[in-house]
Design a protein around this ligand. Structure first.
Ligand code: IFM
Length: 446
C-alpha cells in the first residue's frame, strides 16, 4: 500500500483578501483589490472582498474545522495593509490578528505556512507607483522584516510571493486583476521587481537564522503543449512556455532570463533597461524550497493576430467549473521537468484543487464526488513522482473553504468546506470528509 510518509505535509490553503472580510476593521486600509473590485465590471456581479467568508471574525471557528479535518499545515497569507495601513505606519492590531491565528493553529498542532504577498498590495503603495516603482521592493522588505521579527520563530514555512505571473501579467498586461493595467512593458517591470523583492527578502530572512524555518516562492506553472507538430504551433508553444513558466523559473533557478523571451520582449517593448547589474544574482539567491501551484495544462497554437503569436486551444479532457482540464498526467510531466531541468530543491504543491458547481442537498450535504476524484488523481501522481525519487514534501489543497475567486467573485467554489454567503454557515463537503480520512490513514486507500 502506498503511504504518505509521516513528514509529508497534507495541508490546505487560502489567502487574505479571499476570505478575511473586515476590510475596514482593526486599522486596515484599502489594498489594490479593494479599489479594483469596487470599479464597475471588474468582478463578476460587482462582488468584493468586503465580507468574504468573514474569517476576520471567525478565526476560532475556522481553526476548529481545520483541526477536525486534521490537516498537518494551513497555508494563509498576510494582508500587508493590515500591518502597514499607511506608508511607514505600523499597526500593532494587524499583528495581533495574525498572532492570534498562529496561536490557535499551534494549539491544535497545525503548522502555519505563511504567504507574504498574495496580490493585495496596499493602495498607498500603488499610489506611489506600486510594483512598477523599484522602491516598492524596499517597502516590501520593511514589511516582511517586521513580520519575521513578530512571528519568525513560530512559522516553519514562508512563501515570499504567490504566483508572480498573475500579479504581473494578469494585473498589468491582461488587465484582469488589480491594478488593471494593459501594458506589456509595465507587466515585465512588475514581474522583475516582484522577483527581485523575493531575492531581497530571502536574504533578509536568512540573517535571522531561525531554526526549523524555511523560505521559498510559489509559481503557478502550466505545462504547455503545441496543438500540432506544425512548426508555427511548436514555436507558439515555446513562447507560451517562456511567458508562463520560464520567465519565472529561469531567473530564480538558473540566474538568467530566457534569451528567446528577452529577444521577443525587446522587440515588443524596447530594451529591458529596468534589469540592472547584479539583479539576477539577487533573484537567484539560494532558497529552501520551490512551491508549485498546479491546476491544469495549456495547449496552444500559432496566432498571427496576437501580440505574442500564440493563443490557447480548448483541450478534450473533462473540465472543472473554471473550464480547466483535469490533467494529472501533465502535473507528472511538470514535476519531472522541474526535477530534470531546474532543481533538486524540495518541492511543495502549494495549491491544487478544483471548482465545481456544488449543490447543497435537502439534508445539508454536498456530494462533491468530482472534486474528490480530482484530488485523488493528483495525489496519485504525487505518490508516483515520489516513488521515482522526486523530492516532493507536501500538498496543500486549494482551498480550505469557498471564497472570493478574484474576477469571478463568489461564483466559483473551490472549497472542501462550503460557505453559505448569506448566513456564513460552513458545511464540510464530502471532499473534506474524504480528505480527513486520507490524512488519518496517510494513504489513498480508504
Ligand atoms: O484562487 C486562486 C488563488 O488565489 C491563486 N491560485 C489559483 C486559485 C484558483 O484560481
Amino acid at each position: 500500500m502506498n503511504k504518505f510518509e509521516d513528514d509529508f505535509i497534507l495541508g490546505t490553503a487560502t489567502a487574505a483578501y479571499q476570505i478575511e472580510g473586515g476590510v475596514n476593521e482593526g486599522g486596515r486600509m484599502p489594498s489594490i483589490w479593494d479599489t479594483f473590485s469596487k470599479k464597475e465590471e471588474n468582478v463578476f456581479m460587482g462582488h468584493t472582498g468586503d465580507i468574504a467568508c468573514d474569517h476576520y471574525h471567525r478565526v476560532k471557528e475556522d481553526v476548529k474545522i481545520l483541526d477536525n479535518i486534521g490537516v498537518d499545515s494551513y497555508r494563509f497569507s498576510i494582508s500587508w495593509s493590515r500591518i502597514f495601513p499607511c506608508k511607514d505606519e505600523f499597526n500593532p492590531e494587524g499583528v495581533k490578528f495574525y498572532k492570534n491565528l498562529i496561536n490557535e493553529l499551534k494549539d491544535k498542532k497545525i503548522a502555519p505556512a505563511i504567504t507574504l504577498y498574495h496580490w493585495d498590495l496596499p493602495q498607498w503603495a500603488q499610489d506611489l507607483g506600486g510594483w512598477e516603482n523599484r522602491d516598492c521592493i524596499y517597502w516590501f522588505e520593511d514589511y516582511c522584516t517586521r513580520i519575521f521579527e513578530e512571528f519568525g520563530q513560530d512559522v516553519s514555512m514562508w512563501i515570499t510571493h504567490n504566483e508572480p505571473f498573475c500579479a504581473s501579467i494578469l494585473g498589468n498586461y491582461l488587465g484582469m486583476h488589480a491594478p488593471g493595467n494593459k501594458d506589456l512593458k509595465k507587466a515585465l517591470i512588475v514581474a522583475h521587481h516582484l522577483l527581485l523583492s523575493h531575492g531581497i527578502v530571502v536574504r533578509a530572512f536568512k540573517k535571522f537564522k531561525f531554526e526549523n524555518s524555511k523560505i521559498g516562492i510559489t509559481l503557478n506553472l502550466s505545462p504547455t503543449y503545441a496543438v500540432s507538430m506544425k512548426k508555427e504551433d511548436v514555436i507558439a508553444a515555446k513562447i507560451s512556455d517562456g511567458y508562463n513558466n520560464r520567465w519565472f523559473l529561469d531567473p530564480l533557478l538558473k540566474g538568467h532570463y530566457p534569451e528567446d523571451m528577452v529577444d521577443l520582449y525587446e522587440k515588443e517593448v524596447g530594451v529591458l533597461d529596468f534589469i540592472l547589474e547584479g539583479d539576477l544574482n539577487i533573484i537567484s539567491t539560494d532558497m529552501d524550497f520551490l512551491g508549485i501551484n498546479y491546476y491544469t495544462r495549456s495547449i496552444v497554437e500559432y496566432d498571427g493576430h496576437s501580440q505574442l503569436k500564440f493563443r490557447g486551444v480548448d483541450g478534450e479532457k473533462e473540465k472543472t467549473a473554471m473550464g480547466w482540464e483535469n490533467s494529472p498526467e501533465s502535473m507528472h510531466d511538470l514535476l519531472t521537468r522541474i526535477k530534470q531541468e531546474y532543481t533538486k530543491l524540495p518541492l511543495y504543491i502549494t495549491e491544487n484543487g478544483a471548482a465545481y458547481d456544488d449543490v447543497v442537498t435537502g439534508d445539508n450535504k454536498i456530494h462533491d464526488i468530482d472534486r474528490i476524484n480530482f484530488i485523488k488523481v493528483h495525489l496519485k501522481v504525487i505518490q508516483e513522482f515520489i516513488k521515482e525519487g522526486g523530492n516532493l514534501k507536501g500538498y496543500y489543497l486549494w482551498s480550505f473553504m469557498d471564497n472570493f475567486e478574484w474576477s469571478y467573485g463568489y461564483s466559483k467554489r473551490f472549497g472542501m468546506v462550503y460557505v453559505n454567503y448569506n448566513t456564513q454557515e460552513r458545511i464540510m463537503k464530502d471532499s473534506a470528509i474524504w480528505y480527513k480520512k486520507i490524512i488519518k490513514a496517510r494513504s489513498l486507500e480508504v
